[in-house]
Design a binder for this molecule. Structure first.
Ligand code: SAM
Length: 388
């Protein structure tokens, strides 16, 4: 199959989305904070990426220019491209990276509709009240999922304007359903968003085989990894969590065909896992939840408790992993009222414990933290491999 060029619209934390794309496709070119391009011989699937909101195949490139001029060229280009289209075509237009009024975007669509009509092609334009269609609208209209439902992604970058045809939008409904409809959830253990779990699996760089989550909790990583086609293996200190993970995986297996699933009780600081382990992806113990920044004394205590567990776990599992085995771990980092982070001391000792950071071209992997503004406990993402 020939190589094509694709563009992804990036998530809320673009550096994470870019790192994910680099791990999955082997390279990526960031265009701005909102988009990045890459090449692939296989058609990328937005549902397999946690950090891309929409993605599309690049069909044309223009020099940066005013919307009034560009929109005419795009309408002409598409009127030609679709001139012999059979049946009715639905088109949505989304502009990114430049302020263009929704009205002007709509006008472009109407100009295209008129041009197509002259060639006897009938077109339905998706109405928009923003310059880009929301993911909900794109998804609801199934844009990008069949040849007669097109979403044009028009992405302004510094030196180029890309026109891409969407291949789909992140399915927020399915992600939310996987999160909320699972039979077992536990607010105290934490709620790893499925999107982040998906991103972590991709960030590890694992391509196939069996993924271990030694802090599996209710099983969000196991669930996302199984849906990607991996065999999964979860362990947790708590019998209750083992039951929860098992129940959730059972529920998932009634809807999808999954590979091998294995969940057992085990203390990550001393457990012996069964082989093979092709990657370790886990949200470790995060310490107690906080709704406001804790006092320095309290913080100190929590940091110590978590640091001991994570250090001992890394020492314990080291000899059980083949050299080069990838890991992606979410560990806690605590945000102060002024936005400073307190990180786990073990981060400075990873090399002496026998791990190295995976190196990416576009992103500094030692500085990736996932958080929301209102969170005290953020998650630092460690993208590592066992040293040889
Ligand atoms: C933040 S939660 C992970 C939640 C998980 N990502 C999920 O999908 O529900 C951390 C988990 O680590 C477990 N845990 C704490 N200490 C542990 C240890 N020493 N060994 C194994 N599991 C441990 C807890 O029982 C809890 O389920």
């Amino acid at each position: 199959m020939s190589t094509q060029n694709y563009v992804s619209l990036l998530g809320r934390q673009p550096e994470l989305s870019i790192a994910e794309l680099e791990q999955v496709f082997g390279h990526v070119t960031p265009l701005s904070d909102i988009a990045a391009t890459y090449k692939s011989t296989v058609r990328p699937d937005v549902q397999r990426l946690g950090g891309s909101i929409k993605l599309g195949e690049i069909v044309a490139e223009f020099e940066p220019q005013e919307w009034s001029r560009l929109s005419k060229r795009i309408a002409r280009y598409y009127a030609d491209r679709l001139s012999s289209f059979e049946g009715k075509v639905t088109i949505g237009i989304s502009v990114y990276g430049r302020k263009v009024s929704p009205r002007d975007v709509q006008r472009t669509g109407l100009a295209l509709k008129t041009a197509l009509k002259q060639n006897s092609v009938s077109m339905r334009l998706i109405p928009n009240d923003d310059s880009a269609l929301s993911t909900a609208t794109s998804h609801h209209n199934k844009l990008g999922l069949s040849p007669n439902k097109i979403e044009l992604l028009i992405v302004y970058a510094k030196d180029v304007v890309l026109v891409a045809e969407s291949l789909g939008t992140q399915n927020i409904t399915a992600l939310a359903a996987r999160d909320q409809a699972r039979p077992k959830t536990d607010a105290f253990v934490g709620m790893l968003p499925p999107k982040l779990a998906l991103m972590m699996i991709n960030l590890s760089g694992v391509k196939e085989g069996r993924i271990l989550d030694p802090f599996c909790g209710t099983g969000v990583v196991l669930q996302e990894a199984a849906l990607l086609g991996f065999n999964v293996y979860g362990t947790d200190l708590s019998e209750k969590m083992v039951d929860y993970s098992n129940a959730n995986m059972q529920w998932l297996s009634e809807k999808f065909s999954l590979g091998d699933v294995n969940v057992e009780a085990g203390d990550a600081v001393e457990h012996t896992w069964q082989k093979p382990i092709d990657a370790v992806v886990a949200e470790t113990y995060l310490g107690q939840p906080f709704s406001a920044p804790p006092s320095p004394d309290k913080l100190d205590k929590v940091v110590k408790v978590v640091d001991v567990i994570v250090s001992k776990f890394l020492s314990n599992i080291h000899d059980q992993l083949e050299p080069g085995t990838p890991l992606c771990l979410a560990v806690p980092a605590w945000r102060s009222a002024t936005g400073w982070f307190t990180y786990l001391p073990v981060i400075k000792k990873l090399e002496s414990l026998g791990y190295e950071w995976q190196v990416l071209k576009q992103v500094d992997t030692t500085k990736l933290t996932y958080y929301r503004e209102d969170q005290v406990v953020a998650r630092q993402l460690l993208i590592l491999k066992r040293s040889s």
